[in-house]
Design a protein around this ligand. Structure first.
Ligand code: HEM
Length: 404
C-alpha cells in the first residue's frame, strides 16, 4: 500500500496506488505495469513527462498515443516559469560581488547560517588521517565561544571582585582579629618543615596558575591595551608555558595535602558548635576547635575537591583528544574556567585570614610555630592535646608563664 514516489519506484507485480497518485495515472496502469518479460519485484522507473507516462526503458505509453494539446500547453507554461526563475536568480548572484567587482565572502553567510542550523555541523574533506579536523563549523562551538567570551569573564569578575569587596568591608567592620590575651612568649610547633614546604609549593604554583590562567580569560581585554600587542604576546607565551608546567607541582601538592592532613579534616560535632558561634571571627566568642577548625576544614576540602577538578579538567585540555572529542573538551574548559575562578575567589579569602585578617596566623605557616595564647584562642582542644603531650616550648627567661 506504499504511495509511489515521483521518479524512482520499486514496483511489485501489482501496484495499488494511493488515491492521489491514481488521479494522474491512466486507468489502464492500475494493473501490472512490469515491462514484458520482467519478473515481479524488478525495479522499474516511471518518468512523468508533462502528462505522458514513459518508462525508463524508453517504451512509450502502451497505447502509443501522442502528447495531447493540454500537455503541450503545460510544457510551454512550465518552461516559461523556469526561465523566469533563472532571470530572478541572476541579480541575486550579482549581489555576491562587492561594488568594485571583487567577491564578497560574507554575502553567502546567511545561507551558511541556515546550513549550520539544518545540518548541526559543517564538515569538509581532508587528506590527513585526523578526521576531526574536517569539521569546519558546529553550533556548539558558538555556544562555547559565548561562554568563553561573555559568561566566564562576567562570572570571574563577579566572584573575584565580589570577594575582594566583601573582605574590604569585613576588614573595615571587624578589623584584624587580635590575640586577645596578648603574646605569651611560649610557642607551639604547628606545622613541620615538610608540611610548610608542601603548602608553599602548592600555593606558589597556584598563584602562578591563577595569574597565567586569568590571563587567558581577561588578558586581551585588560592587559593588552596597557602593554601593547607584542609585549602581551610574549608574556602570554611564557604564561602559557608556566600554566602547563606548574600544573605538575600543583597537582602533586594537592595529592600530598589530601594524604597529609585528611586525618584532621574529618567533620565532627565540635565543628557544628564552631559554626554556630561564628568561629570567633564574626563575633568575639572563641568556640573550641581541634588542630583545624570548621573554617579551615572547609578550605581543606575546597582545595582537595577544587584542586582535583581543575587538575582533571586541565589535563583533558592539555592533552587534547586523548580522552575526549571536541564536545568533551568544550565541557572540560567550561568546568575548568568556572572551578578556577571560584577557587581563586575562595583562596583570596584564605590568604586574607592568614595575613592581615588575623594576628599571629602567618607565622604558623612561615616559621612553623604559633604563640600559645593564639593557639588557645583559636584551637583550644588542640592546645590541650599538645600540652598533655609536652609539646610546648618553655617560657622565655625572665618571664612568668601564664597560668594554664
Ligand atoms: C593541574 C592543574 C592545572 C592544569 C593541568 C591546567 C591546565 C589548563 C589548560 C590546558 C588551560 C587551557 C589553556 C588554553 O586554552 O590554552 C587552562 C586554562 C585556565 N586555567 Fe588552568 N590548569 C590547572 C590549574 C589551574 C588553577 C589552579 C587555576 C586557578 C586557580 C587555573 C586557572 C585557569 C584559567 C582561569 C584558565 C582559562 C580558562 C578560560 O578562559 O577558558 N588553572 N588550564
Amino acid at each position: 500500500m506504499k504511495p509511489i514516489s515521483v521518479g524512482w519506484a520499486k514496483l511489485p507485480g501489482t501496484v495499488i496506488m494511493t488515491a492521489r497518485r491514481r488521479a494522474f495515472l491512466p486507468t489502464r496502469f492500475h494493473g501490472d505495469i512490469r515491462p514484458r518479460g520482467q519478473r515481479a519485484g524488478t525495479p522499474c522507473r516511471i518518468i512523468r513527462r508533462c502528462g505522458t507516462l514513459a518508462r525508463e526503458d524508453g517504451r512509450k505509453r502502451p497505447d502509443g498515443a501522442l502528447p495531447t494539446l493540454r500537455a503541450r500547453i503545460r510544457f510551454a507554461v512550465g518552461a516559461f516559469l523556469l526561465l523566469g526563475l533563472i532571470a530572478l536568480a541572476v541579480p541575486a548572484g550579482a549581489q555576491q560581488l562587492n561594488p568594485d567587482g571583487s567577491p564578497n565572502p560574507t554575502a553567502s553567510s546567511v545561507k551558511e547560517d541556515q546550513l549550520l542550523r539544518d545540518m548541526r555541523i559543517i564538515s569538509g574533506r581532508g587528506s590527513i588521517p585526523d578526521v576531526k579536523s574536517y569539521n569546519i563549523e558546529q553550533p556548539a562551538g558558538r555556544d562555547w565561544r559565548q561562554f568563553h567570551e561573555f559568561w566566564l569573564p562576567w562570572l570571574g569578575a563577579a566572584a573575584i571582585l565580589g570577594m575582594l569587596a566583601l573582605l574590604v568591608l569585613f576588614y573595615l567592620i571587624r578589623g584584624m582579629v587580635r590575640i586577645e590575651a596578648g603574646r605569651s612568649g611560649r610557642t607551639l610547633v604547628r606545622f613541620s618543615g615538610f608540611e610548610r614546604l608542601v603548602h608553599w609549593m602548592t600555593a606558589a604554583s597556584f598563584v602562578a596558575l591563577a595569574l597565567s590562567g586569568l590571563n587567558i580569560t581577561f588578558g586581551k581585554r585588560l592587559l593588552e591595551p596597557l602593554i601593547g600587542p607584542e609585549a602581551f604576546a610574549t608574556w602570554s607565551q611564557w604564561a602559557k608555558l608556566a600554566h602547563n608546567y606548574l600544573s605538575f607541582p600543583f597537582t602533586l601538592g594537592v595529592i600530598v595535602i589530601l594524604l597529609m592532613w585528611v586525618a584532621w579534616n574529618i567533620p565532627d560535632k565540635m565543628d557544628v558548635e564552631w559554626i554556630k558561634a561564628g568561629g570567633g571571627v564574626v563575633g568575639h566568642e572563641h568556640p573550641p576547635a581541634g588542630r583545624f577548625n570548621a573554617g579551615q576544614k572547609m578550605i581543606y576540602w575546597i582545595v582537595v575537591i577544587g584542586g582535583g577538578t581543575v587538575a582533571a579538567s586541565g589535563y583533558l585540555l592539555m592533552f587534547p583528544f586523548y580522552a575526549t572529542a571536541s564536545a568533551g573538551m568544550q565541557k572540560a574548559q567550561m568546568v575548568h574556567g568556572i572551578a578556577a575562578v571560584l577557587f581563586v575567589s575562595v583562596m583570596i579569602a584564605h590568604a586574607y585570614i592568614g595575613t592581615i585578617g588575623m594576628q599571629g596566623a602567618f607565622e604558623a605557616m612561615w616559621e612553623g610555630t604559633v604563640d600559645l595564647n593564639w593557639a588557645k584562642q583559636h584551637h583550644s582542644a588542640w592546645v590541650d592535646q599538645e600540652i598533655a603531650g609536652g609539646r610546648t616550648t618553655p617560657p622565655p627567661r625572665g618571664r612568668m608563664a601564664p597560668a594554664e
